[in-house]
Ligand binder design. Sequence first.
Ligand code: GLY
Ligand code: MN
Ligand code: MN
Length: 430
Amino acid sequence: MKYLPISNKLFIKNRKNFTTQMTPKSLAVFNSNDIYPISADSTMPFEQHRDIFYLSGVDQEESMLVLFPDCPKEKHREILFLKETNEHIAIWEGEKLTKEKALETSGIKTVYWLQDMEKIMFEIMTQCDTVYINTNEHYRANVEVETREDRFTKWLKEKYPAHAVAKSNPILQRLRSIKDNIEIDLIQQACNITEKGFRRILNFVKPGVWEHEIEAEFMHEFLRNRSKKFAYTPIIASGNNANVLHYVENNQQCKAGDLILMDIGAEYANYSSDMTRSVPVSGKFTPRQKDVYNAVNRVKKEATKMLTPGTIWEDYHIEVGKIMTSELLGLGLLDKNDVQNENPEWPAYKKYFMHGTSHHMGLDTHDYGILTEPMQANMVFTVEPGIYIPDEGFGIRLEDDVVIQEKGEPFNLMRHIPIETDEIEDIMNS
Ligand code: GLY
Ligand code: MN
Ligand code: MN
């Protein structure tokens, strides 16, 4: 792991929050992700399942966590099953969690090797009536492969058909959407690394650079600051590429006069950051680019103010749509007729701003959170309006990550990342 150790207080607290919501005589199981194969003996880099990480801090494949808060045997109230390691295995396979290290990481005292799992599971399954399984109910989830969690669930339901089944996911969606201060600090660190990357490229971008060269500059800064990777596939989109919302080729040359839209964020300790900035290749915005940029920036500022406890995500989007409509009228991109005749299902502003303004952000970039429930303090959201104008050869999006406060405006985790046009031009020309 490149990140520094995280206090196990976070994971102990997260488990307590989870188990207090379980029904009597129940246990819950969480599995790590598989290491996904490519072909031959090649594999994708391991990415831990965010739920087992959230509840234990274990960042290793072939791991399993069991929570059984009212187990008659106290030592079985929290169990980790891990892939066996010893000094010999460590030489061949590299460092893995020992039982002592697993305790230090997670605060869990009972650690068994995976080969004992079926035997221990039999004992504790006979002591409970309900088993919580962990299905993926994220509103954007679209998964074709069978995960390790799915395989385990199948096995468990087949072997123990008389147990009642309950869902972990709604509990986790609610818990994970409200961030602990330790988590906010980790997200802040991810944002700070992203800031370093952005400042680095502001002095690197000039006519003739390639989009992938900009991507490389970010990666350099991320890795040297203990981020293992981009939090999501970055978008480095110059000129009209910015109008392809999911442009990830990043293989074109940046031309004088164009803007570059960069939607890019570092991960740190599995926590994401999610930033978008749009900067001029030549270091100076044209008057038209500046007008559109400032309109997006105003929408962003107004939207941010609405992220307060009690706000409903859907109502918020309707309000942001009204502000965006008025900016688009000001820019001459819409006229009164467009707005008067608009289809309420697809308002006129969506011609230029067709995606959402905000999503939960955390261990997943599009994090857990139940969108029909009111916003609460310590939720982290992005704010990311944009205006996309293929006819004019550019698109602009600005995106920051903010924490909802009990009172007042949200706290901006990207407050130090340059966003005003003057500041960006000054740095680019310094
Ligand atoms: N970068 C993904 C998003 O902005 O939602
Ligand atoms: Mn983004
Ligand atoms: Mn985003």
